[in-house]
Ligand binder design. Structure first.
Ligand code: SAM
Length: 360
C-alpha cells in the first residue's frame, strides 16, 4: 500500500469530469460491491426518535438555537410500535437516530433497546451523537448492535468552524469511534459532501480515514443548506468560492460512494436520504449501482418527522407501507435482491485499491 499513489488515485477520480471515464469508476465500484457484499440490498428502517439537540452545528436544522422547530421526543411505546412496523415491512435493522438529546437518558434508551431485542429479530443501530462511554457501554449490554456517528470532515479547521461552542472536536468523534469498537459495536461513520470551505484534498483524507478506521458502515451525503442555520444563510458552495471547493453535487456523492467501496470493499454503504433528496427519480438506483448496498427508508410517523428537518425538502413518505413496497420494486428493477436478516458486515478481505488506472 503506497500512500502517495493512493492519494493521487483518489484525487484523480475526485476531479475527473468526463462521464465516459467516470463510467469506469462506476463499473469498478459495482464489481467490487458484487464480489464483496453480493446482490442483496439491506433495508434499515430509519426512526427519528427525538429532535431535541444541545449542539449548535452551523449547518443543521436541529441546532439548539433554531426556534422554528416544534420539538418532540418519542415514548417507548411509540418507538416499539414503529419497531414492529419495521419488522413487518421486511427491514432487518432498526436505526434509532436523534439530536444530541440528554432527555434520551442512558436508562430510557437502554430499556427500549432491550425491548426491541426481546420482542423482535431486528438488529439495532443507534445514532445519537457524542455520548459518554458509560452510555455507549450500557446500550451495548442492552443489545445494541451498531453505532453510527459521522466525523463530517477530517479537516480539523473546517470542523472547528462549523461546530461552534461546546467542546466539539473532531478528535472527540474519532475517540468515540475507537471506544465503540472496543465495546464490540459494528461501527459506522461518514461525511457531508460540499460543505462551504471543504477542499477536494480534504475529501482524499476523509476517504483514507474511512479505510484506516476499518469502518463497518459508511454513510456519505450532500451538504444541503438549511435557511435557519448560519451556514445555510451563506448559500450553497459554488465553484467560484475557491478552485478546489467540493461541490454538493450528485456526481460528487457518487464518486465518494464508489471510492469508499474500493477502499472498504466489505462495508455496508447506504444510498443516503440526502442523495435520494437530490435525485428522487433515480438516486436510489444509481447509488446502488455505484457502490451502495443499503437503503434506509424513513419510518418516522409524519407528525414527528416533519419536525426532524435537518435540511429542507428531505424525502418523506406519506404512506410508509406502499413506499417500502415501491423501494423493493426499484431494487428488483435493477436486478438486485432485497436482503433479509440483519445484514451485518461480513469479513473476507482487506481494502486495497485496484491497480493504477490510466487517466491519460
Ligand atoms: N445527533 C447525531 C449526530 O450528530 O451524529 C445524529 C443526528 S444528525 C442530524 C445526523 C447527520 O445529519 C449529521 O451527522 C450530519 O452529517 C447530517 N446533517 C445535518 N445537517 C445537514 C445538512 N444541512 N445537510 C446535510 N446533512 C446534514
Amino acid at each position: 500500500m503506497n500512500a502517495d499513489f493512493d492519494r493521487r488515485f483518489l484525487m484523480d477520480w475526485l476531479t475527473e469530469e468526463d462521464p465516459l471515464r467516470l463510467a469506469d469508476l462506476w463499473r469498478m465500484a459495482d464489481t467490487s460491491r458484487r464480489e464483496n457484499v453480493g446482490e442483496d440490498v439491506h433495508l434499515r428502517g430509519l426512526l427519528e426518535i427525538s429532535n431535541f439537540c444541545i449542539r449548535q452545528c452551523a449547518y443543521c436544522g436541529l441546532r439548539a438555537p433554531n426556534m422554528q422547530l416544534q420539538r418532540y421526543r418519542m415514548t417507548e411505546e411509540e418507538i416499539m410500535e414503529c419497531a414492529r412496523k419495521a419488522w413487518k415491512l421486511g427491514c432487518g435493522t432498526l436505526v434509532l437516530q436523534g439530536g444530541e438529546d440528554p432527555g434520551l437518558t442512558r436508562k430510557a434508551v437502554g430499556a427500549v433497546v432491550r425491548r426491541i431485542k426481546e420482542e423482535t429479530p431486528l438488529a439495532v443501530t443507534l445514532s445519537l451523537g457524542e455520548r459518554l462511554f458509560d452510555d455507549l457501554a450500557h446500550w451495548r449490554r442492552a443489545g445494541a448492535d451498531r453505532y453510527f456517528i459521522r466525523f463530517e470532515t477530517s479537516d480539523t479547521e473546517l470542523y472547528r468552524r462549523i461546530h461552534p461552542s461546546l467542546p466539539s472536536r473532531s478528535s472527540a468523534r474519532l475517540a468515540i469511534l475507537e471506544a465503540l469498537k472496543e465495546l464490540g459495536y459494528e461501527t459506522g461513520s461518514g461525511i457531508m459532501i460540499g460543505i462551504p470551505g471543504q477542499h477536494v484534498h480534504s475529501l482524499v483524507e476523509d476517504l483514507l480515514l474511512f479505510r484506516s478506521l476499518d469502518l463497518d458502515m459508511i454513510g456519505v451525503g450532500p451538504y444541503l443548506p438549511h435557511p435557519e442555520t448560519p451556514l445555510g444563510r451563506t448559500g450553497a458552495p459554488s465553484p467560484q468560492s475557491f478552485s478546489d471547493q467540493v461541490l454538493n453535487s450528485e456526481t460528487m456523492v457518487y464518486k465518494v460512494m464508489a471510492l469508499s467501496r474500493l477502499l472498504c470493499p466489505e462495508a455496508n454503504i447506504p444510498v443516503t436520504t440526502g442523495l435520494a433528496t437530490l435525485n428522487r427519480e433515480g438516486g436510489y438506483e444509481q447509488g446502488l449501482q455505484r457502490g451502495g448496498n443499503v437503503i434506509m427508508p424513513g419510518i418516522t410517523p409524519l407528525h414527528f418527522g416533519r419536525n426532524y428537518e435537518i435540511y429542507p425538502g428531505k424525502v418523506r413518505f406519506l404512506e410508509i407501507t406502499s413506499a417500502v413496497e415501491e423501494i423493493k420494486k426499484r431494487i428488483r428493477s435493477i436486478g438486485r435482491t432485497v436482503g433479509s436478516g440483519p445484514g451485518e458486515r461480513q469479513r473476507h478481505v482487506q481494502g486495497t485499491l485496484p491497480g493504477r488506472v490510466s487517466l491519460e
